[in-house]
Design a protein around this ligand. Structure first.
Ligand SMILES: [Zn+2]
Length: 394
C-alpha cells in the first residue's frame, strides 16, 4: 500500500462511477436508478475493510452505509460523510456515461453533481487505510438515493443513523457552506360569488380579489424582503407558481386558487409564513369586507444554519488550512439541500465538495484537482474530528 496515491485512486473511482448510469427514475421513467451504483460502492467499501449495509430507502431505491469502525468509539466522535448516488436525466448529451477528459476537467453526467463527491469520500477513507490509520470514532459513509427528487434516501438515513456531525460532499467549489435557505409551498384560495356576467351587483370576482393578493406579494418582494437579508443566503423571496379560477366568459368567478413558493431564511418557520399571508388577508378584508381568502400549507423544508464555531466547521477549516494552505470561505446557498434533514435530527451538518459546473445541463464537468484536494481535506477532517491514535503515544 506504500504506493497509494489519492489522485490516482479518486480519478479512477470517479471514472468508474460516471460509467454507471444512475438517473433518478422519478425524474425519467424507466431510468436505471441507484441499484447498480450502490452495488459498486458497496464492493469498493468492503474492499477497504468497511462494514457495509445496503438499506432500502424505498422499494428498489437503496442507500449504502459503510462504516469504518473506530478503535475507541467511547472517546472518539462519529463523522458522517453523505452524498447522493442519483443524477438528473441526460437530455441533450451524446454519451453521458462515457467520461471525457479535457485537461483537468472530467465531463459526464453526474461528474460534478455528485459522483466526484462520492469518490472524494471514499478516497479519504482509502488514504487513511493506506496510512494504516484507524480513527478513534466511527467514520460513516452514506451513499443515498433520490436527492434529485424527494430525498427519500437521506430522510431514511436520518431516522436510523446517528452521528456527531456530517459533511455533505455536494459541489461547493471547496468553500464551506454553513447555511442554506428553506422553502414553504402554499395554496391560497379567494372566495367570490358566481353570478351572470350582467349582474354586477350580485357577482363577486374571486380572480380580481386574487389580484390584490398578488399585488401584496409584490410589495413584500419590493419593500419588505430586501430589508431582511441574511449575511450568507441573502433575502427571502416569494413567487406565484400557478393560478387557476373562473368558469366561463359570462360568469363571475366564484373562486380562485394560487399556489406559491416562499423561499425562507434559516430559522423562518412554516407558521411564520402562514401568519405573513394571513396578515395580508386581514389588511385586504379591512379595506373591503367582501374579500375572503384562506391559506393551506402543502409542503415545506427547513433552511440550514450551522454555528461557525461548531467543531465540524473548525475541523474542516483546520484541515483545509493544512492541505490547501488557506481556510475555506464560509458561504451560504440559495437552494435547499439534504443537509437540513440531518441538521433537523440534531446533527451539525456542512457542505464541502469539489469544483465544477454544468450540473443539470449537458456540459457537466468537474475539475479533477479539486476532487483530489477535497479527498485530502476530508481525510484530515476525519483525523481531527474522529481523533487518531498517535503511533508513539505514551
Ligand atoms: Zn446534488
Amino acid at each position: 500500500m506504500l504506493s497509494f496515491d489519492t489522485a490516482t485512486f479518486v480519478t479512477d473511482l470517479l471514472d468508474a462511477l460516471v460509467r454507471i448510469p444512475s438517473v433518478n427514475p422519478e425524474l425519467v421513467p424507466g431510468a436505471a436508478g441507484e441499484a447498480e451504483i450502490a452495488r459498486h460502492l458497496a464492493t469498493v467499501c468492503e474492499r477497504l475493510g468497511m462494514r457495509v449495509s445496503v438499506e432500502e430507502a424505498a422499494p428498489g431505491r437503496p442507500n449504502v452505509v459503510a462504516v469504518l469502525p473506530g478503535t475507541d468509539p467511547a472517546r472518539g466522535r462519529t463523522l458522517l460523510l453523505n452524498g447522493h448516488t442519483d443524477t438528473v436525466g441526460t437530455a441533450g448529451m451524446d454519451a453521458p456515461f462515457v467520461p471525457r477528459r479535457e485537461g483537468d476537467r472530467l465531463y459526464g453526467r453526474g461528474a460534478n453533481d455528485m459522483k466526484a463527491g462520492l469518490a472524494a469520500m471514499i478516497g479519504a477513507v482509502a488514504a487513511l487505510r493506506a496510512a494504516n490509520v484507524t480513527p478513534r470514532g466511527d467514520v460513516m459513509l452514506a451513499f443515498v438515493a433520490d436527492e434529485e427528487y424527494l430525498s427519500v434516501g437521506t430522510e431514511a438515513l436520518a431516522k436510523t443513523h446517528r452521528a456527531d456531525a456530517a459533511i455533505i460532499t455536494e459541489p461547493s467549489r471547496l468553500a464551506l457552506c454553513i447555511a442554506h435557505k428553506g422553502f414553504v409551498w402554499a395554496r391560497v384560495r379567494t372566495e367570490g360569488r358566481a353570478a351572470h356576467g350582467s349582474n354586477y351587483d350580485a357577482g363577486l370576482d374571486a380572480i380580481a380579489h386574487m389580484g390584490r393578493v398578488l399585488a401584496a406579494l409584490e410589495r413584500l418582494e419590493a419593500d419588505v424582503f430586501p430589508r431582511r437579508a441574511h449575511p450568507l443566503v441573502g433575502r427571502p423571496s416569494v413567487h406565484a407558481s400557478a393560478i387557476e379560477g373562473g368558469e366561463g366568459l359570462s360568469t363571475y368567478p366564484p373562486s380562485c386558487t394560487l399556489t406559491l413558493e416562499r423561499r425562507t431564511l434559516p430559522g423562518e418557520s412554516e407558521a411564520a409564513v402562514r401568519t405573513e399571508l394571513e396578515e395580508i388577508f386581514a389588511v385586504l378584508s379591512r379595506q373591503d369586507p367582501s374579500f375572503h381568502a384562506s391559506v393551506e400549507l402543502i409542503g415545506a423544508r427547513a433552511g440550514l444554519e450551522v454555528d461557525p464555531d461548531a467543531d465540524i466547521v473548525r475541523a474542516v477549516d483546520g484541515a483545509a488550512l493544512e492541505v490547501i494552505g488557506e481556510r475555506p470561505a464560509h458561504v451560504g446557498m440559495r437552494a435547499w439541500c439534504d443537509a437540513a434533514l440531518l441538521a433537523e435530527r440534531g446533527i451539525p451538518t456542512v457542505i464541502y465538495g469539489p469544483s465544477g459546473a454544468g450540473g443539470h445541463s449537458p456540459g457537466e464537468y468537474v475539475e479533477l484537482p479539486s476532487v483530489v484536494s477535497c479527498a485530502r481535506v476530508l481525510e484530515q477532517t476525519i483525523r481531527r474530528f474522529c481523533g487518531t491514535v498517535m503511533p508513539c503515544a505514551p
